[in-house]
Design a protein around this ligand. Sequence first.
Ligand code: NAD
Length: 262
Amino acid sequence: MTISMKDKVCIVTGGASGIGYGIATRYVQDGAKVAIADLDLEAAKQTAETLNKMGPGAALGVAMDVTSEEQVNEGVQQVVDEWGRVDVLVANAGVQIVHKIENYPFDDWKKLLSIHLDGAFLTSKAVIPHMYKQESGAILFMGSVHSKEASPLKSAYVTAKHGIQGLARALAKEGGPHGVRTNVICPGFVKTPLVEKQIPEQARDLGISEEEVVEKVMLGNTVDTEFTTIEDVAELAWFLAAFPTNAMTGQSMVISHGWYMN
Ligand code: NAD
């Protein structure tokens, strides 16, 4: 069984930062072509430029707000026009907004759900016709331990990440007969800008120090008080995308230093 990403055409949303950037890098290292689809077009272009130094012509920066059906469809079409197909979608774009529920602004609730859920729905909907035509494709959603567990201050995020798991299972059933698989990656805490930002915010809302947020809230339930790394998540995303059959579909893989055990 050969496991390889060579010449696979991939779209990574939120690929200009953090976990998405790590996944895109891993894919390019293995010979894939990767579209960095991000809200921040400048960052997407810069990321593509950096990746093109590793593999000339391997990366493309694409403007995409995943909450806009028009931008998603245009971005996916741009990739198909450039490379002729789509083999892998990593619906990874996301944000975190933490508040106690009684203080949670309704607009923030709607914004967070839209980026995670509308984003996963719209990008899947846009790539699926191409994948069905090819009779092959792999869709990966970026879930979280919060697809399985809840934490205080994260009502919207926990709701969204649980929802993503439901969407993945439905797509796995619909896509199976067409050769398309869908799986979810569920990381524990990874030190990215999304996490750095919430350390002081959680300290403020929980009335504890920033050190306590890291030691107790973020790593307190791991088996070894260690952060999961971008490289850890990228390796799993590589395996799930490169695996040559659809034996694994509708699954959610937790990668969290044992914080959550299936
Ligand atoms: P990050 O902030 O480093 O990167 C997020 C990227 O998404 C940015 O490039 C941003 O521009 C982009 N983005 C935001 N809104 C967008 C939109 N509407 N359209 C397109 N792009 C948009 O964050 P990260 O930590 O790398 O998170 C990536 C994913 O991993 C998210 O879905 C997050 O929920 C998930 N996740 C993160 C952690 C963690 O600890 N960092 C843990 C579990 C899951």
